[in-house]
Write a protein that binds this ligand. Structure first.
Ligand SMILES: Nc1ncnc2c1ncn2[C@@H]1O[C@H](COP(=O)(O)OP(=O)(O)OP(=O)(O)O)[C@@H](O)[C@H]1O
Ligand SMILES: [Mg+2]
Length: 237
């Protein structure tokens, strides 16, 4: 059994994952760090002596890792990701429109009209949102635009940008030189936020690539590791 684990996991947590898998009947258990699995899933040759930066923006955490020679050289992990975007939207709609919406509606808004930049070349149409009017208590409908959502997500995205800059700062110079060439790979559901690649590109002045099918890069990589267990054993623990 191959199980992917966050790169910031503790030894105790690792033990717990391994024990659970063994209790579930696994004969051999291998753990692979999520950024490494993502890199394999994206199709990066992780064994090469070349640095690659992977940013995985999930629901609960954003993980930023530099990978080279089959290992994670440095990484940053922050608890700012998709769920924060949802709660930013709930708060914004309450403050600005006096309407109460749930987290699920907020996630839908993020997917339909979410954006990281207030101006996009290919903008989505305004989106109709139903919620409860806080003044009257009666259900009400409003429309929201991507520009509004870009403004309300700005603070959380800035926190992610800060973590990226910090990760670049602690990257050994040889690998920095590689990343200057190879750029940054965005993965996880957050990579789908409109304009996020352009925003990070503008902030870092580095090429930013969105992984193909970013929601499944980690699980794809884990599957590849499982199917080629002999070849990828050295990546796992
Ligand atoms: N089109 C989209 N635009 C913006 N965000 C999206 C989109 N599709 C999915 N998401 C968000 O991506 C997040 C889920 O991504 P992912 O599946 O990579 O996370 P996870 O691996 O479950 O979480 P974690 O890595 O934090 O444990 C959710 O917050 C979801 O709302
Ligand atoms: Mg994830």
């Amino acid at each position: 059994m191959v199980i992917c684990i966050p790169s910031g996991i503790t030894e105790v947590e690792k033990r717990a994952v391994r024990d659970s898998a063994e209790i579930a009947g696994a004969k051999e258990v291998y753990l692979i760090h999520e950024p490494m699995a993502a890199a394999v899933g994206i199709g990066i040759d992780v064994e090469e002596p070349v640095g690659n930066m992977i940013i995985d923006i999930g629901g609960g955490t954003t993980e930023i890792a530099v990978i080279a020679l089959s290992g994670i050289v440095c990484d940053q992990s922050i608890r700012v990701a998709g769920d924060n975007f949802d709660s930013d939207i709930v708060q914004y709609i309450r403050r600005q429109h006096n309407i109460m919406i749930g987290e699920r509606t907020a996630e839908k808004i993020k997917i339909e009209v979410g954006a990281a930049l207030p101006e996009l070349s290919d903008p989505p149409a305004d989106f109709a949102v139903q919620g409860r009017d806080l003044m009257t208590g009666i259900p009400k409908q409003i429309t929201v635009s991507y520009t509004e959502i870009a403004h309300c997500l700005d603070k959380s995205i800035s926190k992610i940008e800060e973590a990226i800059l910090k990760a670049l700062e602690i990257t050994p110079p040889e690998l920095s030189a590689d990343i200057y060439q190879t750029g940054i790979y965005l993965t996880g559901g957050g990579a789908l936020l409109r304009g996020l690649d352009k925003r990070i590109q503008a902030k870092t002045k580095l090429p930013v690539h969105v992984a193909e099918d970013p929601l499944r890069a980690v699980v794809r990589g884990t599957g590849i590791a499982l199917k080629n267990i002999g070849r990828f054993k050295f990546l796992m623990q």
